[in-house]
Ligand binder design. Structure first.
Ligand code: SF4
Length: 458
């Protein structure tokens, strides 16, 4: 179905069979539809959508638009991170994330060990797994890749949005034998159209419960078992019937502490860094998995850098003041980054930090004004981004969501074992340990600042 100039959005058997976390793929590698879009399409017997067009968009002031976009491209190309990301994508942070504790397994309790970090790490990726970088149309910093693996004398090729995802899902969480087998598992996940992040977390829960002697299940940390379990999930056979229901399926059958948020597994972890990525897990409108990524993705930034960043993304003076009244309030900081993210989303701009860090509200308003002819300064654009966030939240509330769904999992208040010792959820600047009640209070402040009711609804 794919021809030059056209794109295809498609689902696989997971979507056709209504697996709760079926995804859709654009042109076979851009993932879309975390939280079950594939199943929604499957429920409507919609297998694929092909999109093409022959006319160009009309630009209000082509000269000014060209100037603004050239400035944006110039900044990206001169950014020292661009070359790094073009070569290795998000794998650029693999070692650091492993050390910090983001790459955790055994139900988010312990960070990955050094041996696995090496097997699934950057060196082998560049030497043996990566064929070439690919990306969205015209991107000067393509973050995706074609992967290859030779297994039993047969070479497979598979496209991935993130090799880091492949390595983390199958190499760390499922514990498959090697990087080649992780690519194989990823290829199956893509073909079935299943959310590999969520599947691998469920698989890790089953394997961990078995290892602790808390469940009698036929699960081994090997690629053969992962692929067979994926097949059973897609066709709803045996244990797969339960896995196809997501976290609820496992909770119905086994006793364990649920650490998912809105039925989706968290990737970022506030015990590693208490920034927008982790607090935004609670307020993410699309489930959880991650909050908006910003400079707090790693700990250690100074208050001055955070204030500078908030100004660059159009946070108001009042919001900045409230955020730093007592240490750093991650809820209010997250609110600023969410507004920025929704502004970028609304304009079809990439929010990856390798791209977005080269934008600021002034350049953004130049691009917007020259493209549309609608006059709006940066502050107005970001305010509009915040309003779209509120509208989307209204839709969630209409479906029954409220503050209760934003509450943090208790898991975040237990220590996480990392290479640098045990970590707990602390204030980003002062290091003060947070309690469950502290986080509940921050959620209340967040709703208030957004102008929503105490129920968490606009
Ligand atoms: S536009 Fe963004 S998501 Fe697409 S390839 Fe570039 S960095 Fe990656």
């Amino acid at each position: 179905m794919r021809e030059s100039g056209r794109s295809v959005l498609t689902i696989g058997q997971a979507g056709e069979n209504l697996v709760k976390y079926a995804i859709s793929l654009i042109d076979g590698f851009h993932h879309l539809g975390k939280a079950g879009l594939g199943a929604v399409m499957g429920s409507k017997n919609l297998k694929a959508i092909r999109i093409g067009g022959s006319r160009k968009s009309e630009i209000d002031d082509p000269n000014e638009f060209r100037k603004a976009v050239s400035e944006f491209r110039r900044r990206i190309i001169n950014d020292k991170l661009t070359k790094l990301y073009s070569e290795m994508g998000i794998m650029a942070v693999w070692d650091l994330w492993a050390r910090q504790g983001y790459l955790s397994w055994r139900m988010k309790s312990v960070a990955v060990g050094e041996e696995r970090v090496k097997e699934f790490g950057v060196e082998k990726y560049l030497r043996e797994i990566k064929v070439k970088s690919i990306g969205c149309h015209g991107c000067p910093s393509p973050c995706k890749a074609i992967l290859k693996a030779r297994i039993n004398g047969r070479e497979i090729k598979s496209a991935a949005s993130l090799y880091l995802g492949v390595a983390y899902e199958f190499g760390v969480k499922c514990g498959v034998e090697n990087a080649e087998k992780a690519v194989l598992c990823h290829d199956f996940a893509n073909r079935y159209g299943i959310d590999a992040f969520l599947f691998s977390e469920l698989f890790d829960i089953l394997a961990t419960l078995k290892e602790r002697g808390e469940a009698e299940v036929d699960v081994r940390r090997s690629a053969d078992c992962v692929i067979e379990m994926m097949r059973k999930t897609v066709y709803k056979e045996g244990l797969g019937k339960m896995l196809a229901e997501g976290i609820d399926g496992l909770k119905d059958r086994f006793e364990f502490e649920d650490y998912f948020i809105k039925k989706i597994e968290p990737i970022f972890d506030p015990r590693v860094s208490s920034g927008s990525e982790s607090f935004g897990l609670l307020t993410n409108l699309r489930g959880s998995q991650e909050g908006p990524i910003s400079i707090t993705v790693l700990p250690g930034k100074s208050k001055e850098s955070l204030v500078r960043y908030m100004k660059r993304i159009g946070a108001s003076e009042r919001l900045i003041e409230e955020t730093f009244k007592n240490g750093m309030n991650p809820a209010l900081y997250t609110l600023a980054v969410e507004n920025w993210l929704y502004t970028l989303n609304g304009m079809g701009l990439c929010r990856r930090e390798s791209i977005a860090r080269n934008l600021d509200v002034d350049l953004l308003s130049k691009i917007f004004f020259s493209a549309t002819g609608i006059e709006a300064d940066g502050d107005e654009l970001v305010e509009a981004g915040g309003q779209t966030f509120t509208i989307a939240r209204k839709l969630n509330c209409r479906e029954g969501y409220s503050w209760k769904d934003d509450l943090p999992p208790r898991k975040f208040f237990e220590p996480l074992s990392t290479w640098d010792g045990e970590k707990v959820w602390r204030d980003y600047l002062t290091g003060k340990k947070y309690s469950y009640e502290d986080v509940k209070e921050m959620l209340r402040q967040y709703y208030k600042f957004r102008g929503w009711s105490e129920n968490g609804c606009p």
